[in-house]
Design a protein. Structure first.
Length: 244
């Protein structure tokens, strides 16, 4: 871990990308303390100091996190600019004839629609417009076409839930309010469109809830009663439905 010479404060600009962005003593330390303004400034400074060393996906992830911090601080215009910078499209290394969002590796297959919905949500905070609501709704419909099994990591299953929360939010809800809500997971295939599952935020078995959920959607031989007793069933507000 790098420290500045004249203090014990972390020397962010001399950290590796992983140290700065992924470790608890990097930028996450400021965000966890609620100092979103300082976190955003640290990110823009880091990009300026290390721009040539960063890969496109790393740079976009940093802009994405800068956008999140600005939005948490209710600096919506700044947040929109950062999220737009995070929306860079690059060649797909697996198929030279196709292109993809640089953030796909980190945010998953719903990256495009998550970014569009988030920008529309923030624009609506600045100047309410039905166009923004329609864009969020269209993004949500596209996200719901993506199988929950296509997400490479279980925690990315939060993506459709956050878009749903933004679309359903009352006008007074801020970006920060949305992310203070318990995470929501999409309905099971046989459930109604609005049957979203709420699971406890920051629960020690949070990821286990989602793994159980994905197993259920994957068609594994898990009975409803057994599922209701599982980590997902116990954490979800729809647990009782599983035993009906």
């Amino acid at each position: 871990m790098a420290f500045s010479q004249d203090s014990k404060k972390p020397d962010f600009n001399n950290m590796t990308f992983d140290e700065f962005d992924q470790k608890p003593y990097g930028i996450r330390m400021l965000a966890a303390a609620g100092d979103f303004k300082a976190a955003g400034e640290a990110i823009t400074n880091y990009i300026a100091a290390n721009n040539k060393k960063l890969t496109p996906d790393q740079r976009c992830l940093l802009w994405f996190h800068a956008g999140q911090n600005a939005a948490h601080a209710n600096k919506n215009e700044d947040a929109i600019k950062f999220f737009e910078k995070a929306s860079k499209i690059i060649p797909d290394e697996k198929n030279s004839e196709q292109r993809k969002y640089a953030l796909t590796e980190h945010v998953g297959p719903a990256t495009e629609f998550y970014l569009k919905a988030t920008i529309a949500f923030l624009k609506n905070k600045i100047a309410p417009d039905r166009k923004n609501s329609r864009e969020m709704h269209e993004a949500l419909k596209e996200i719901q076409k993506i199988s929950i099994l296509d997400y490479p990591h279980s925690f990315l299953v939060y993506v459709p839930g956050r878009v749903n929360d933004m679309y359903q939010a009352s006008p007074d809800k801020t970006y920060h309010d949305i992310f203070e809500m318990n995470p929501s997971l999409p309905p099971l295939p046989r459930e109604k469109e609005n049957s979203w599952h709420r699971i406890p935020k920051n629960h020690p078995e949070e990821v286990k809830f989602i793994e159980d959920y994905r197993n259920k959607l994957n068609g594994l031989d898990v009975g409803d009663e057994e599922m209701a007793k599982s980590a997902f069933g116990q954490g979800s507000n729809t647990a009782k439905k599983l035993t009906r």
